[in-house]
Design a binder for this molecule. Structure first.
Ligand code: ADP
Ligand code: ZN
Length: 433
């Protein structure tokens, strides 16, 4: 598939590094001169913008945290007068008070271009019909996916989330080729289509799925692809970094290309802050290289990933982030063992007879063992001679084998767990309620 911006997207790694260096040096000075918080942080460390002359010096730059944005509510760390802002968004607040983010005209342009690149990278073309089932509003997903598709030249059907029946009808009647939504909503749409007597493989014309905004596993991907008959592409973004369009997979589905001309990405040890070599798993830290309204220097995303700088078969040599396996603050410690919900999901979806809806219950009383509620797949539930106890035992054994943890498993009837139209709520932490 043609690239949206071949000149930038096919730049060689050393050219990208050179561009990153120029932009980094400029951005550090910009942030220092315009945002009092940055000036203060630099001064506390006894350094100034002159100390950042190349990418080798980036490790000296202080980190920015989510709390820094919350502390500067509502206007964040604005580097321009409010009169130059053309848009505000706020994060969904999955992990606390919402954070407000702001954009100038230039920022909107960069974001929209990043999204147009993402669509083309995923295999979309100007001839596609894009049904955008992300939420419109303060959440960046809706408008981000919307304007990016328009910029590429696609026709957008802005259905937004919900109203599943109408959503499916339009998908059929409009012959939608690209579907945008969270992976959990994609799974739900597949189930709902079957319930409504539709055969998505015959009745729909889907080609590409632009799925993201939450962690999902390869097993879930396979399930969605088989059900909806499309290529399910992983999209990563967060509101602080414009929104969606930070990194996206190409048709090879082997890591997400992160646009290196706009984002300088590092991984660090979340405990010590030390920068890790590419290939080592750590917390992703991102500097936005041309953001005008709210510069973010070394922003700690809390997302855990691995960076890989190998050139991809698609011809793009921007760094790749291998799929996000969870957030550092998502990690559960159960019986002294560190567990990410994604690991649990992977075991569940790998067990034959198990559906793809689950909940992990964390309770003080259960601190030394895992408690999961998981739905049985409809085929297994309805099969003659289905043995619920045997299957529950099998799931428990698989979880114990992989995670070295005792596990309590409660099997549920298909459809029994709540569905969401946005981000799935997989971990129910009773300790916080
Ligand atoms: P909030 O932090 O309030 O949820 P956002 O809506 O901006 O704010 O969500 C950003 C977060 O969503 C990311 O930090 C990451 O944890 C998660 N996320 C987004 N896209 C993906 C993806 N493709 N895979 C895994 N996690 C993702
Ligand atoms: Zn590629």
């Amino acid at each position: 598939m043609p690239m949206y911006n071949p000149k930038i997207e096919s730049m060689k790694a050393d050219e990208i590094r050179k561009l990153q260096e120029e932009r980094m040096v400029k951005m550090v000075r910009y942030a220092y001169e315009r945002v009092p918080m940055y000036k203060k942080r630099f001064q506390e460390k006894g350094i100034g913008p002159d100390d950042i002359k190349s990418l080798e010096d980036v490790h000296k730059v202080p980190f920015t945290l989510k709390n820094d944005l919350r502390d500067h509510y509502p206007y964040g760390i604005l580097a321009v007068p409010v009169t130059e802002v053309v848009r505000f968004h706020a994060s969904s607040g999955t992990t606390g008070t919402p954070t407000v983010v702001s954009y100038t005209k230039h920022d909107m342009d960069v974001w929209t271009n990043n999204m147009a690149r993402a669509y083309a990278c995923a295999g979309a073309t100007p001839n596609d019909i894009v049904q955008n089932a992300y939420g419109y509003g303060l959440f960046t997903g809706g408008l981000g996916f919307h304007y990016g598709a328009e910029r590429l030249g696609c026709a957008v059907v802005p259905t937004a989330t919900g109203n599943t029946k109408r959503q499916l009808q339009m998908m059929k009647d409009f012959q939608t080729t690209v579907l945008c939504c969270t992976p959990s909503y994609a799974t739900f749409l597949g189930e709902a289509a079957k319930k409504a007597g539709m055969d998505p493989l015959k009745d729909l014309s889907l080609k590409v799925g632009m799925f993201g905004a939450e962690p999902w596993s390869n097993e879930q991907r396979k399930h969605i692809q088989d059900t909806l008959g499309l290529r399910a592409i992983d999209n990563y973004g967060m509101s602080e970094l414009y929104g969606p369009g930070v990194a996206v997979e190409c048709e090879h589905q082997n890591g997400l290309h992160i646009w290196g001309d706009e984002f300088y990405v590092e991984t660090i040890d979340p405990d010590t802050g030390e920068v890790l070599e590419p290939g080592k798993k750590g917390e992703m830290v991102i500097t936005m290289l041309t953001r005008e309204a709210m510069p973010l220097l070394r922003y700690r995303t809390k997302d855990i990933c691995v960076i890989n700088w190998e050139e991809c078969e698609c011809g793009r040599s921007h760094p790749k982030i291998m799929r996000i396996t969870g957030r550092s603050d998502d990690m559960l410690i159960i019986g002294g063992v560190n567990v990410f919900p994604s690991q649990i999901e992977s075991v569940l979806l790998d067990t034959p007879g198990i559906g793809d809806q689950y909940q992990i219950i964390v309770d003080r009383a259960l601190l030394d063992s895992l408690y999961v509620k998981v739905e049985v797949a409809p085929e297994a539930w309805n099969a003659p001679g289905f043995n619920k106890d045997a299957l529950a035992k099998k799931v428990g054994e698989n979880l114990t084998a992989v995670l070295t943890l005792r596990a309590k498993v409660e099997l549920m009837e298909p459809g029994a767990l709540p569905r969401t139209e946005g981000k799935a709520k997989r971990v129910i932490d009773l300790r916080k309620e």
